[in-house]
Design a protein around this ligand. Structure first.
Ligand SMILES: CC(C)(COP(=O)(O)OP(=O)(O)OC[C@H]1O[C@@H](n2cnc3c(N)ncnc32)[C@H](O)[C@@H]1OP(=O)(O)O)[C@@H](O)C(=O)NCCC(=O)NCCS
Length: 176
């Protein structure tokens, strides 16, 4: 059964399923090294065509149940993205990235909280995974505030950095 594409509202933000036109703003946000160095799967500098193709495919991914990706909007402007991908065995992987000008205001926590509720109630996942580079303390703090537990630390290749990094991996169980 297809999960309905719907808006999620928080106190300050609107989370809406992404559309192809969001690629331009995503390219702008990912053109900041301080953002993209923390994104393991993203190239730096970003590739406009690759981002365009990725966003074009996201409505299909949603219908196929492969990934649920939301643009986070504040006062009508896209400030970041929160998504769930790598779906399998009743769990998905939570990811997020925000424009540097919006950092430090609790936006990531607020947006991720809403997407976690969506994952539990709309999709019916049993839990979520997530992870962050060992030098990404802000993301570690966001995951801790969201209730995630540290599982382990592994070495993984970071596409943006072009080198192997230590990655902390986390889990959040909705039910046992
Ligand atoms: C990680 C990121 C999403 C956080 O966004 P944000 O909107 O600033 O996050 P929030 O404001 O909700 O929470 C950040 C928390 O980290 C804390 N923090 C920020 N920088 C920190 C640092 N260097 N060390 C420790 N804690 C830090 C903040 O104080 C805050 O915690 P608090 O609410 O207890 O004060 C944002 O920095 C970002 O987009 N980074 C680049 C992409 C990225 O890292 N994505 C995640 C990949 S795993």
């Amino acid at each position: 059964m297809t999960v309905a594409r719907r808006l999620l509202h928080t106190e300050r933000l609107v989370l809406r399923p992404t559309v192809a036109a969001d690629a331009a703003r995503a390219f702008e946000i990912q053109s900041d090294w301080q953002v993209t160095r923390m994104l393991r799967m993203a190239p730096f500098p970003p590739d406009r065509q690759e981002i365009g193709r990725w966003f074009l495919d996201q409505p299909r991914e949603w219908v196929a149940g492969e990934a649920y990706r939301f643009a986070a909007e504040h006062e009508g402007r896209m400030i970041g993205m929160v998504d769930i991908d790598e779906i399998g065995d009743g769990v998905g992987s939570l990811g997020y990235w925000f424009d540097r000008t919006s950092w430090g205001r609790g936006h990531a926590f607020e947006a991720a909280q809403a997407v976690i509720r969506f994952a539990r109630e709309d999709v019916g996942f049993a839990g979520l995974k997530s992870g962050h580079a060992a030098d990404n303390a802000a993301s570690g703090r966001v995951l801790a505030k969201l209730g995630f537990s540290l599982v382990d630390t592994v070495q993984l290749f970071s596409r943006s950095r072009g080198e192997t990094i230590d990655q902390h991996r986390y889990t959040l169980r909705f039910r046992s």
